[in-house]
Design a binder for this molecule. Structure first.
Ligand SMILES: Nc1nc2c(ncn2[C@@H]2O[C@H](COP(=O)(O)OP(=O)(O)OP(=O)(O)O)[C@@H](O)[C@H]2O)c(=O)[nH]1
Length: 588
């Protein structure tokens, strides 16, 4: 049986140790000008071709070097590859041209290591270790005598990290001489193996979601204050529900890359702009459109997504015009007197769910909800409906979802628009590791809430500050005092409504999310006769019938006993604002 390698014991790659004849052939090919010398392998192949035909000789890659590619490699990689080897170890790419046949032959610079000689490095490591050991002796002495450690002593080692956390220098082999003693070799081996703590201890320690076994124990520091967000890039992505603009955000509260999936067809289609009410504003990121530095080029702006309209092959693209905060504030406060009645953008705050979205888990309906959210946002909307139906209390909000509610066809239909804010809050904020552990407790009969509590988590650990700032950056926060702007929120979760409202987002309406399986119950008395379905429902039915699969984008319904239990727990224990269907259901 092959030995299981721990990350710390995995071998590091050394070119010399793993060079095969094929490697040497390639190296030869890359580093030699003119005709290639025949190697044993190529000579054999040439003399005895397998198919009786003579093999073509390998063509040199002499295309002009792409300066962008080179700078990307230089900026992004610290690894030395055979390609680098072919151009010398000096790091000077000016030597590239010397390998081209058209260049005059010049003597190639000798490979020169950028490291200090090994003896010097060993000496430095040894000194660092001695210094760290001396330091820890002082620290433990100080701890035992309850005396503060002197600043001088604690700063005497440049490589010593915080107490208990070994730094790379203290983990390094002490020195050439020391490491040869059996004790040192044993110690060195121990440091390279996996953590020797017993499994039960590890399980306990790995319990809180913030602990990463390989990277050490983290601290739970709940960020305070209002987060700042910045859209780092956006791009157009075609989806089964039409083209969207994917925005990637950074923020000051966590190191996650949260996303905004913006559906705004007027930015991309002349037809949608014509059909949209006059005065409709584009949903754009203010931080992305801002000027990031003096003298930034149009190409920089376009590459990060700060452009208007659509990019097309061969064209240059039209960069967006940066605007000041004051200009945005004036626009938010003003009202275009010619603007026609429009419907506010539909927004869903969606939490990441690897299991439901990516592998189609039927324990939850997250994949379906993501798909349904994007579908609902993109579909045409009736202007003037349901604007005043929002009632924030669970009881009062148990109105049927718009999907089951007959629309008045006197209302004009306009292109849909809105955003799915995709928050990297896997497992309602506890992370994938903990969610997987919770699933095992659920298989033992506990519901989702209890499973979380048993692992020492809250039932729901999500916060909505970052999502609110993303909405604000997209110009969708609205203003309660002015009674203007804001969003319609697609959710059954009262905490989302309250959380976003507390962050200053104006929510004019809550739109319910009904599980597709409940919505499409063909055997219920109400839906048994297809003639009772109105046009929109029929359209939806056909839409469903075209789809196959579960949970993935553009797919159909999710169903199963585990999902039923999950949904019931949300309603009965977490106050989700949706009614469990009363009629007995059979599979559609
Ligand atoms: N801890 C835990 N998280 C889960 C479980 N199943 C799904 N999730 C997570 O729950 C999140 C989705 O939240 P939901 O409560 O389904 O939906 P919601 O977004 O709060 O509410 P709606 O807006 O009405 O859909 C995702 O992050 C999922 O990974 C589970 O069994 N345990």
């Amino acid at each position: 049986m092959p030995a299981v390698m721990s990350p710390s014991s995995a071998p590091t790659t050394h070119h010399s140790a793993y060079a095969t004849q094929a490697d040497l052939d390639i190296l030869n090919l890359l580093t030699t000008d003119g005709p290639k010398p025949a190697t044993a392998a190529t000579a054999a192949a040439a003399s005895a071709p397998a198919n009786g035909q003579r093999k073509k000789s390998v063509v040199r890659r002499d295309a002009g070097l792409d300066s962008l590619l080179l700078s990307a490699v230089l900026a992004g990689s610290d690894k030395i590859t055979r390609h680098h080897f072919g151009h010398g170890m000096t790091g000077a790419y000016s030597t590239c041209d010397q390998s081209r046949p058209s260049s005059p032959r010049q003597p190639r610079p000798l490979p020169r290591s950028q490291q200090a000689p090994r003896s010097q490095r060993l000496q430095a490591e040894s000194a660092a270790l001695a210094s760290a050991q001396a330091n820890s002796a002082i620290v433990s002495e100080a701890a035992s005598s309850s005396k503060p450690v002197s600043a001088e002593a604690s700063s005497s080692s440049s490589s010593a990290g915080p107490i208990g956390i070994p730094t790379p220098a203290t983990l390094a082999p002490p020195s050439h001489d020391l490491a040869t003693s059996p004790k040192e070799l044993k110690e060195r081996k121990r440091r390279m193996s996996v953590d020797p703590q017993p499994i039960s201890q590890l399980l306990q320690q790995a319990s809180p979601a913030h602990v990463n076994f390989f990277h050490g124990r983290g601290q739970v520091v709940k960020p305070t204050g209002r987060p700042t967000v910045k859209c780092m890039a956006r791009t157009r992505v075609p989806t089964p529900h039409g083209d969207i603009f994917l925005h990637l955000y950074h923020n000051t509260h966590d190191n996650k890359e949260h996303l905004a999936i913006v559906t705004d067809p007027i930015q991309l289609s002349a037809d949608a702009r014509r059909r949209a009410p006059k005065g409709r504003r584009e949903i754009r990121s203010r931080s992305l459109d801002a000027k990031w530095r003096e003298g930034e080029t149009d190409m920089e702006r376009i590459v990060r997504g700060a452009y208007v309209g659509r990019l097309t092959a061969g064209a240059e693209g039209v960069p967006s015009v940066p605007r000041s905060a004051a200009e945005y504030a004036a626009e938010d406060a003003s009202e275009d007197p010619d603007a026609e009645a429009d419907i506010l953008p539909l927004v869903r705050i969606h939490s990441e769910c690897f299991t439901g979205e990516t592998i189609g888990s039927m324990r939850c309906d997250c994949g379906e909800q993501l798909d349904e959210g994007m579908r609902r946002i993109a579909e045409d909307q009736h202007v003037g409906t349901a604007q005043d139906e929002y009632l924030p209390t669970p009881e009062a909000s148990r109105a049927p979802s718009p999907g089951t509610r007959g629309h008045s066809h006197s209302h004009p239909r306009v292109p849909g628009r809105g955003v799915v804010i995709y928050m990297r809050q896997e497992g309602r904020g506890i992370g994938l590791l903990e969610k997987i552990r919770a699933y095992n407790l659920q298989d033992l009969g506990h519901d989702t809430v209890n499973a979380n509590l048993m692992l020492g988590h809250g039932a729901d650990e999500r916060t909505y500050g970052v999502a609110a700032e993303i909405l604000r950056d997209l110009g969708l926060a609205g203003d309660e005092a002015l009674g203007r702007g804001g969003v319609r929120l697609l959710t059954n979760n009262p905490e989302k409504v309250e959380g976003l409202a507390a962050e200053g987002i104006r929510i004019t309406e809550r739109v319910g999310m009904v599980p597709r399986d409940w919505l499409c119950n063909h055997n219920s008395p109400k839906r048994s006769a297809r003639e009772l379905l109105d046009d929109e429902e029929l359209e939806y039915d056909e839409y469903r019938a075209r789809r196959a699969g579960v949970g993935l984008l553009g797919a159909t319904t999710t169903r199963g006993p585990e999902l039923e239990k999950y949904l019931r727990t949300k309603i009965e224990r977490m106050g989700h604002m949706i009614d469990i269907p009363e009629e007995p259901k059979a599979d559609a």
